[in-house]
Design a protein around this ligand. Structure first.
Ligand code: UN1
Length: 508
């Protein structure tokens, strides 16, 4: 408990915190209280007073108002402010990483990695602030110039999930900020304290510049905050991370009002292991992807396709390795797997395993809740002779389905036959197999790797997936374009008015 107090103190958190902020904290009068629970012990850490309708209104109105000033600041100047945010995050990497671990349950190395991901994202956005380029086109008309430019969009709604409580915010926030947007963040109610801590850091930076209303926070139930946000015409873009079911609802609500959405929804990620693969490498990658974060990444490995010639050997090695996974307090060194996030997650794990048995899967390792306080389960391996329906669903827990194949083409077909399309990988030393997996007839996912697991992507690439994963792209590459509006401009500097496509329309 003293550890907990030190982490909270380091980040300026109290035992009861406000859940709404525009730079200045608001005290919502009609909101409930959400208690953040330590998944390692089941004990409360601290609580947050949730935003009510009035607080939401105040926050969005401020974000909309602040946009007018923020959008006129030169993008590189906005980049300088994001640079300061990155520097502040460097200073608090240790306590913030510990808070992520305390509140969410991922091991400390991953908690720290998550803060590093925020820092990387800030660095990326600083560079980007000088590279929000639009191309120039050759006009078909004489003495005409044509080009594209990008304008800030407005207020961006960020709805993030418990499993990456701060990194995914930064994917959106760092880009939105340099693009000239203001934002309203609705974090998961399972991880409200990390959000309050990050908001405090933003406030520190923005106060230095006499700015407020750029980075804003509303912690509250989906029915109060989320519903308002997705239906709010003042919010032209909603970036949503969560389940496919909720994502469909968000997408429909935004589409109905011609708003945009970025959807980062369920995955059902797989690795294919070819006979010529480096099996030591494959084993390590499988362990991190399937057991890391207790299987609670959207990129976690759910399905493993093993070539029949190496299947028995790999399964034996995997079972042995699973037996030596250290499970326990994620803040302690030497631990590789912490708890699931809450009791509901345990129920989902148990329900999935009931279905596994009903549908003919064989549990060859794990399969039970661990008898200790908190929300711990055994990492589980299920061997299948075919891809049963439960293996086509995403269960946010460490359950790995192992299938065997003889032909790479057939394995790719089964790989692609699920509804989700986030991350995928092949392990092989054959150029032909690798290129085939990456070709048009290969993986249909947004992320496809060779000799690297499905999880743990760098921020430099665009992150997201196809099909029911939602199609959104966040973080690196040109993901920034969704946070701006594109304008095509044509300038006539002649004294004539030639029409495009050779059309004539001359008035006598
Ligand atoms: C998520 O689980 O929602 O590639 C994001 C990864 C991390 C991000 C995961 N960089 O596993």
């Amino acid at each position: 408990m003293s550890d907990t107090k030190a982490i909270l103190d380091d980040l300026g958190l109290r035992s009861t915190n406000s859940g709404a902020c525009t730079g200045a904290w608001i005290t919502p009068t009609g909101g409930g209280e959400v208690v953040s629970v330590n998944p390692t012990t089941g004990e409360p850490i601290a609580s947050v007073i949730e935003a009510d309708a009035e607080a939401y209104e105040q926050v969005v109105a401020t974000a909309a108002e602040s946009f007018f000033e923020w959008r006129m600041m030169p993008a590189p100047a906005r980049g300088e402010i994001v640079r300061e945010l990155g520097n502040e995050l460097r200073k608090v990497k240790e306590p913030l990483g510990r808070l992520v671990t305390l509140e969410m349950g991922k091991i400390l190395s991953e908690g720290l990695g998550e803060v590093q991901e925020m820092i990387d994202m800030c660095d990326f956005a600083v560079g980007l602030s000088r590279q929000l380029y639009g191309p120039t086109m050759m006009s078909e008309r004489p003495r005409h110039r044509m080009y594209e430019q990008w304008h800030p969009l407005g207020v961006v709604g960020i709805i993030s999930a418990f499993n990456f409580p701060v990194a995914v915010w930064s994917w959106n926030a760092a880009l939105a900020a340099v693009c000239g947007d203001t934002m309203v963040w609705k974090p998961s109610s399972s991880t409200p304290l990390t959000a309050v801590a990050v908001q405090n850091i933003c406030n520190t930076v923005m106060e230095r510049h006499g700015l407020h209303g750029i980075f804003n926070l509303t912690i509250g139930p989906g029915s109060v905050v989320g519903e308002r946000m997705i239906n709010d015409p003042r919010v032209p873009l909603v970036s949503f991370t969560g389940s496919t079911g909720m994502g469909r609802h968000v997408s429909e609500a935004c589409a109905k009002r011609f708003g945009r959405s970025i959807l980062e929804l369920g995955g059902n990620n797989a690795i294919l292991v070819e006979p010529d693969a480096n099996l030591d490498l494959a084993l390590r990658a499988i362990l991190f992807a399937a057991v890391g974060t207790a299987g609670q990444r959207c990129t976690s490995l759910r399905r493993l396709f093993l070539h029949s010639s190496i299947a028995d050997e790999m399964v034996a090695r995997l079972v042995k390795a699973y037996g030596s996974i250290t499970i326990g307090d994620p803040l302690s060194s030497g631990i590789l797997m912490g708890p699931l996030v809450n009791e509901g997650a345990i129920r989902d794990y148990e329900k999935a395993l009931v279905k596994v048995r009903e549908q003919g899967g064989e549990i060859i390792c794990g399969g039970k809740r661990i008898d200790r306080p908190g929300f711990f389960v055994e990492p589980t391996i299920v061997r299948l002779s075919e891809q049963i329906p439960i293996a086509c669903d995403e269960t946010f827990a460490p359950i790995l389905y192992v299938l065997t194949y003889d032909d790479l083409g057939e394995a790719i077909r089964v790989h692609n036959s699920v509804q989700q399309g986030l991350s995928s990988a092949v392990f092989t030393s054959s150029m032909y197999s690798a290129e085939r997996f990456l070709s048009h007839e290969g993986s249909d996912c947004g992320i496809a790797n060779v000799n690297i697991g499905t999880s743990g992507a760098e921020i430099g690439g665009a992150f997201g997936g196809e099909k029911e994963t939602g199609g959104g792209r966040e973080a690196g590459s040109d993901a920034w374009k969704t946070y701006m509006r594109r304008q095509t401009c044509t300038i006539n500097w002649s004294t004539a008015l030639p029409l495009a496509q050779g059309v004539s329309f001359d008035v006598e």
